[in-house]
Design a binder for this molecule. Structure first.
Ligand code: ADA
Length: 555
């Protein structure tokens, strides 16, 4: 399942998860049984393999059908073939894609996916980095049977009326894979219902219907209190349901009032963690129960928010955050991209792709309160300003309801704070530098306010310290000991969480993650060791420190 719930009651859906055959495309002809979702780095012979592979499996159809193949994530470039014919291409591990094929004859079919996780000229977002780019079909795959015209997408925007009732603006996109007759859309949500006519469509045409639903009896989605409702669109042809799409949505508003972030009109303070999608030997193919465990651990430490550093997350993780009432900063894929790469035309194409797919695919999640972009990129130059401005405009044009932010590390020289709605910095006092966290953050915030952040919320989007799990040094508190990490985090949290000017804090980071080979020299054990828990979620000493600080914080 691609989501935490059934997206269809009318449209037949078949999972293509399970065993596929993986062939290593390095001339060796080696093949392995491989689990989907999964990473090939969990196959002992391929732990360090970076390059091309081919995934094959068969499936059977018993009548002629239009098929929609849905991939939630392939890391990082995919070429999809059905019975040897190319039907799709996608770049980037962290957003989904789909391939629609009409009139597929009954019989046994072969689905082939060429997967490439190479660092090459063709990839400007997946680079050697302070996290690992794994290879594989890393998120679920499904096969759906669609009629000639099918519901492609549905976006929901809630707004609260003066009398306490809610209006849901819903746009539904219907696409035709083959000529289709006129039909009708019926959209329901809580006690609201609306209908819209759909014209006859020719193959390749699309129709967008916009409806308003009035919902009088709903409980708003709240912080740590995630009330959700099924939004259902049914496409009728000849008075009978021909297709449908279900999403889970929440009624809430996110607004900014000067320096404050408001959820449903009330100020919130975000007690957050940065979390990579990475779980020990399973890499980025994190199982549902492991995602849930992560959220349990974060909630136990008193957190109410997650930053999906540095890319869009598996929709199932967002579904869990929706259900729990955890507020999410989701960001498009980019971490510290070097200037010369940002200047390539391909970068613009690929960052636009990541940003657009993130917003289009995750728009309905009530948990997402802000879109992030370009973590620690070139925000101190004129060129950087033009690039930040471009992506910020794109995000604003795709979503008029959510604020936009980015995490900067261009201390005292950033020129892009005026462009964003929320100003954010990553700081590491007492770890990379020796400053006192309280004095340093005050000095930085004063500079931020003088350089574009005045009248906007400020978030400290990263701070933390490293500890090699299991290394103790109570005598000298040496660097990399769990004692030193706990002590530094305690000082950082005590300094940052109580400042009235600060709207949120995100600890770097929730769990240790593997880093690219090229980064291993700077990172003991080839791991970014700043996790409060290790790769397998065993708590370090800092767990207790964070728990005391976050649970003891009354804001
Ligand atoms: C940065 C960056 C993170 C990570 C962190 C660190 O601020 O955004 O991805 O690399 O530093 O561990 O140094």
């Amino acid at each position: 399942m691609l989501r935490l719930f059934d997206e269809h009651q009318v449209r037949p859906v078949h999972s293509l998860d399970g065993l596929w055959t993986l062939t290593v495309e390095d001339g060796s002809g080696r093949t392995f049984p491989a689990m989907v979702p999964g990473i090939w780095q969990s196959i002992p012979q391929l732990t360090l393999y970076r390059g091309k592979t081919r995934y094959d499996r068969t499936f059977v159809t018993d009548s002629e059908e239009n098929l929609l193949l849905r991939f939630s994530g392939v890391s990082h470039t995919a070429d999809v073939l059905l019975d040897g014919e190319k039907i799709g291409h996608h770049y980037d591990a962290f957003t989904g894609f789909r391939c629609a094929v009409s009139g597929v004859k009954a019989g046994t079919h072969t689905l082939t996916v060429y997967v490439d996780d190479s660092f090459s000229e063709a990839s400007t977002l997946h680079l050697p980095n302070d996290y690992y780019t794994y290879g594989g079909i890393t998120r679920p795959v499904a096969l759906e049977e669609i009629p000639n015209a099918y519901i492609d997408l549905m976006h929901f925007t809630p707004s609260r009326n003066a009398d306490g009732t809610w209006t849901g603006d819903v746009s539904v996109a219907v696409k035709a894979v083959a000529d289709s007759p006129a039909g009708k859309l019926v959209v329901t949500l809580a006690d609201g219902k609306a209908e819209a006519d759909v014209p006859a469509l020719k193959a390749g045409e699309e129709h967008q219907a916009n409806v308003k639903l009035h919902c009088t009896d709903v409980t708003p989605w709240g912080l740590m209190d995630g009330h959700l409702y099924d939004l259902r669109a049914v496409l009728e042809a000849d008075g009978k349901p021909a297709d449908d799409l279900i999403d889970r949505v929440g009624f809430r508003t996110v607004t900014l009032e000067g320096e404050k972030i408001l959820l449903n009109g009330r100020q919130v303070f975000l007690k957050g963690f940065n979390r990579h999608e990475d779980f020990g030997s399973q890499g980025c193919a994190v199982a549902m129960n492991a995602m849930m465990e992560d959220l349990h651990l974060m909630m136990d430490m008193g957190a109410n928010s997650v930053r999906t550093c540095h890319y869009p997350n598996d929709p199932r993780f967002l579904d869990l955050c929706d259900a729990l009432g955890i507020m999410v900063w989701e960001e498009c894929h980019s971490r510290a991209i070097p200037g010369e790469i940002m200047r390539k035309p391909l970068f613009k194409e690929q960052i636009d792709g990541s940003a657009t797919e993130m917003v289009v695919q995750h728009y309905n999640h009530p948990c997402i309160y802000t879109w992030g972009l370009l973590n620690e990129c070139e925000s101190e130059t004129e060129f950087g300003h033009s690039m930040y401005s471009h992506v910020i405009d794109l995000l604003h044009s795709l979503d008029k309801t959510r604020p936009v932010t980015f995490a900067s590390c261009r201390f005292f020289k950033d020129v892009c704070l005026g462009l964003v709605d929320i100003a954010s910095f990553n700081i590491y006092p007492l770890w990379y530098t020796t400053e006192d966290p309280s004095e340093y953050s005050d000095r930085l915030m004063q500079w931020m306010d003088e350089n574009g952040a005045a009248g906007k919320p400020i978030i400290f989007s990263e701070f933390g310290a490293g500890a090699i799990a299991g290394y103790h040094d109570p005598m000298y508190d040496s660097k990399w000991s769990e004692e030193r990490q706990a002590e530094i985090l305690d000082k950082q949290l005590k300094a940052l969480c109580h400042k009235a000017r600060v709207s949120g804090t995100y600890i770097w980071q929730f769990a240790d993650v593997r880093v690219s080979e090229q980064w291993a020299m700077h990172r003991p054990k080839g791991v970014n060791n700043k996790g409060v828990v290790d790769m397998y979620r065993r708590p370090k000493l800092a767990y207790k420190t964070v728990k005391e600080n976050y649970t003891g914080l009354d804001r």
